[in-house]
Write a protein that binds this ligand. Structure first.
Ligand code: R7I
Ligand code: MG
Ligand code: MG
Length: 304
């Protein structure tokens, strides 16, 4: 499959995962969700995709460089245009602090949550463009950390973004993966004990073939990063050959469904390419032509 298709699959897959996840809050089961998906004319994404768009825009404007201040400013401008996308409390606080004072984004991010920095899942929910763009570079993990630092200074906030970017990068370069090995490899590559343990647990759960509800209970499915990234990875690895099944794993358990949908959708879309996304859903996705344009620009930029 072409890299171009994987770039598109990743960005659209993440946005669609976000939108489907958001819709799933209103539904009790798969039947209801699919009926809603048929009924709706438009599928709306949330802050997860708005921030992924910001990252893609900044990467494109800066010709593939990670410029933390520029990323922060792009996030801020996009937030001002659409503050209603459902942002977490952290990023808008940082935008205000930067506007009021003389400190930069990274310094402001370090002051959140009693000086520990945020370990919300926001640094990972938006990582799709970084994961595919840097997939062939050796330092996709480090690049992701730099983007995380703009809003998420906590060690887990950074590790979660790094691990998910690695998953996206790896998936976008693979034709066949072995789910348990994939999870164990990610456990090795993570830099915190928390993620190391969680990712080993993902491998165990895959081996014992548990249902998604049990896996979500064990791994967590909340707004905290260490309780969402591992379950998103599990959701992909349980059904690596089907975007739709992976996404259903992600969004049909209770928890932070838009975000776990965005994360799972990014990895699955990067692995399977854009043709694997249900066409009827993609057609209803808001801003889909802009998302396609961004993925094409990123793809062209990487070839330069
Ligand atoms: O991470 P962030 O951008 O939020 C993303 C979430 C996704 O679900 C989006 O879809 C959107 O709904 O919000 O925003 P933050 O405010 O940095 O983190 C999210 C939440 O995680 C915070 O509001 C806190 O409730 C929690 N949190 C923490 N709780 C305790 N200690 C984040 N960091 C901490 C912490 O250090
Ligand atoms: Mg959201
Ligand atoms: Mg969310």
């Amino acid at each position: 499959m072409s890299s171009k298709s994987r770039f598109k699959g990743c960005l659209l897959g993440s946005a669609l995962g976000d939108a489907v996840g958001e819709l799933s809050f209103e539904c009790r089961d798969e039947g209801e969700l699919k009926a809603k998906l048929r009924e709706k004319d438009r599928l709306r994404y949330t802050d997860d995709t708005a921030m992924a768009i910001g990252l893609a825009e900044s990467l494109i404007e800066k010709k593939g460089e990670i410029d933390q201040e520029h990323i922060g400013e792009t996030f801020k401008e996009n937030y001002k245009e659409e503050p209603w996308r459902g942002y977490g409390q952290g990023p808008p606080k940082i935008f205000k602090m930067v506007e009021k004072g003389k400190r930069n984004y990274v310094e402001c991010a370090e002051t959140l949550f009693g000086g520990e920095g945020s370990k919300g899942n926001g640094s990972a929910m938006r990582i799709a463009p970084v994961g595919v763009f840097f997939s062939i570079s050796e330092n996709v993990y480090e690049k992701a950390i730099k983007t995380a630092e703009v809003t998420h200074a906590h060690p887990l906030g950074k590790d979660g973004a790094g691990v998910l970017a690695l998953c996206i990068g790896r998936a976008s370069l693979s034709d066949k993966i072995s789910p348990e090995d994939f999870a164990l490899d990610m456990a090795e590559r993570s830099e915190t004990e928390v993620f190391g343990k969680k990712l080993k647990k993902v491998a165990e759960l895959l081996k014992s073939e548990v249902e998604r509800e049990e896996a979500a209970q064990e791994l967590g499915s909340s707004v905290l990063i260490e309780k969402s990234v591992p379950y998103a990875i599990f959701s992909f690895l349980k059904d690596p050959k089907s975007y739709e099944k992976a996404l259903m794993n992600a969004v049909l358990v209770s928890g932070d469904s838009d975000t776990i949908g965005a994360m799972t959708g990014a990895v699955s879309g990067a692995y399977l390419g854009d043709k694997a996304l249900p066409e009827a859903w993609v057609d209803k996705l808001e801003n889909v032509s802009y998302l396609k344009k961004l993925s094409e620009r990123l793809f062209e930029l990487r070839k330069e």
